[in-house]
Ligand binder design. Sequence first.
Ligand SMILES: [Zn+2]
Length: 295
Amino acid sequence: MNDFLEQRKKRLEEFKKTVRKKEVTYKPIDIPEGLFIKCEQCGAAIYEKTLQIGHYICPFCDFHFRMNATSRIELIADEGSFENLFDDIESLNPLGIESYENKINIGKALSKLNEAFLCGTSKIVGIKVAIGALDSTFMMGSMGSAVGEKVTRLIEYATKHKLPLVIFSASGGARMQEGIYSLMQMAKTSAALVKHDAEKLLYISVLTNPTTGGVAASFASLGDIMIAEKSSLIGFAGARVIKQTIRQELPDGFQTDAFQLSHGQVDMIVHRSDMRKTLYNLLKLHQKDGHDDEK
Ligand SMILES: [Zn+2]
């Protein structure tokens, strides 16, 4: 009996030395920061590269992550067809707000753009369009005087060259550091759209997550066709502010894409992977007879 116990003890020691030791020497994998991104909707940790390949759509719950302006245009436009316009327009600090320049520099570094709006011309399956996209990584895609000027010039360019216009919005609204100069852009961009409309040209406005404030209250809401990208929050003021002001409970799903569709603010909700095809179909449908954009 004692022998048996002795042997068992030895074996246990052996086990501790070999098997357990291996576990102790196991080094945890060093995961660099930012390699995994947590989904806002379902909470799943997604490998960043997977997200990138899948056009920033959650593979588990289909949630659409925010997309920067450059990736957005790359996804929509025919390869190599994008020509950047008005890239030299940059923000000044008209009200002398402290730290504003610093914020602009951070925005430039994060977005790799000169301003929060990237625009130019491109082709969508062969159809030439004037195209622009706000970039939420640049000061939350807010509209200061430089963004407003770029949007206006793009609309005027489309009017002059008789081009349909496609603008992707993603914005927190007017840029507060520019006060009244920001708010003036709402009227300026809207006025330019009236002239584009007078020429019977098509404007498709695509609202992405989030489209709020002064952008939602101006050019983003003036599309002939209003598209909401899936998973988008669309509204003017934040839900909390509205609730405090009117002192009433807000309906379920307030300011979601589905809410805006059911209330007539948008004409359709489009999945990101169908966006290029949908835009092409709409552009094709509204082309004038005999008009050949390839020439
Ligand atoms: Zn998810």
